[in-house]
Design a binder for this molecule. Structure first.
Ligand SMILES: *Cc1c(COP(=O)(O)O)cnc(C)c1O
Length: 366
């Protein structure tokens, strides 16, 4: 049995009839940029995140960049982040001409390790970007406590964690500002690129609004050198329909993860995701640790089981960041996880049959 890495065709069937009239309305009215539906979706998403404000932008990468810019991050500043993430978490720091400073991750959740945070803070540190990797929150209480002691801002890279909770609170409401991606394969995915900045801080909100729209105040009066980064009205209509179903889709992901846990939890040589009791995991990605990962990867591909590596090279060892002068061994946990991690097929409508086919194929290789 072939199993794709993701298959969102059933999602489309569910929302098809609902989005068609909404899209038709936009095509006829022509309000493609910052139309009413876009504003409506911002409000819906802010309340979904239990936050005050949301600002729709072009992508998750732009959400991170403009969030940092709205905090005034600039040349000479340092921003802390984990090296075990998608490169966009670091790129946004570079776009601001600030310096990315890495802090290694915890070996069980793969999130930024608060125990290693203090030693990385210098007088230049202005912000910490916390990545809720794969859909489970980092230890936010510890991280926010340390940040407050040093008057440092906390940015949530929530690109993989739409709808997850930490100690009952929604991801997106924990830091000073949170950034979401609506890239098609994220748990809330557009039919193209999109992103969102979420905050309860009025100043960050106002700055973000201006930064995403040419720095304008009136139509042709520009207060700052802003950017062009807005969420399309068309995408907002699609995302709004999907948002109404997100909690139930996240539950389906959790059920699929339960099946994997039953089938793989006791298998020698497989480490399944560790879920902490004070938070929920939305399984944007279902990643297992394997000692012989590369061999498993090849065999799974031969068997037409969709698997991917998130992420094979930690950011500090990427060629794009060689200027920082890092070497192998600098962040050993991130390096070890990068060498052992494998993402298995995961999407809300994955069937028990498909899950079993994946588990059986994996067990056969081991
Ligand atoms: C996807 C992702 C991003 C970037 O989002 P885009 O919408 O693709 O620009 C940033 N950080 C993390 C952790 C991501 O997974």
């Amino acid at each position: 049995m072939e199993v794709p890495f993701v298959d969102f065709s059933k999602q489309y069937q569910e929302i098809k009839n609902e989005i068609e009239p909404g899209l038709k309305k936009i095509f006829e009215a022509g309000n493609f940029i910052l139309g009413k539906e876009e504003k409506d979706f911002e409000n819906e998403f802010a309340s979904f995140c239990e936050s005050k404000y949301a600002v729709g932008v072009n992508s998750g990468t732009d959400a991170l960049y403009l969030a940092l810019a709205s905090l005034g991050i600039k040349e000479g500043d340092e921003v802390i982040l984990p090296p075990f993430t998608f490169i966009a978490t670091a790129l946004c720091v570079s776009y601001c001409r600030a310096k990315p400073v890495f802090v290694d991750i915890e070996p069980d959740t793969y999130n930024l390790d608060p125990k290693k945070l203090r030693q990385a803070i210098t007088p230049k540190t202005k912000a910490i970007i916390v990545v809720h990797i794969y859909g489970q929150s980092a230890q936010m209480d510890e991280i926010i406590k340390i940040a407050k002691e040093h008057h440092i801002k906390v940015i949530e890279d929530a690109a993989q964690a739409h709808g997850a909770r930490y100690k009952g609170k929604k991801i997106g409401s924990l830091g000073d500002v949170a950034c979401f991606s609506f890239y098609p394969t994220k748990s809330l995915g557009a039919f193209g690129d999109g992103g969102m900045i979420v905050t309860s801080n009025e100043q960050i909100y106002k700055n973000s609004l201006m930064l995403r729209d040419y720095g304008r105040e009136g139509r042709y009066e520009h207060k700052i050198k802003g950017h062009n980064s807005r969420l399309d009205t068309v995408q907002a209509v699609i995302l709004s329909a999907k948002l109404r179903r997100l909690d139930s889709w996240n539950l389906l992901r959790a059920k699929a993860a339960d099946v994997y846990r039953r089938q793989l939890g006791q298998v020698k040589g497989v480490v399944i995701p560790a879920v902490k009791s004070d938070r929920t995991h939305i399984y944007q990605t279902y990643a297992v640790r394997l000692k012989n990962r590369d061999k498993v990867l090849d065999v799974m591909k031969e068997k037409k089981i969709g698997v991917l590596i998130h992420y094979p090279i930690p950011v500090h060892l990427q060629e794009a960041y060689q200027e920082l002068g890092h070497k192998k061994g600098d962040f050993p946990v991130s390096e070890e996880i990068s060498a052992e991690i494998l993402s298995l097929p995961m999407f809300p409508h994955i069937t028990e049959e498909q899950l079993t086919a994946v588990s059986d194929a994996l067990k056969a290789v081991l």
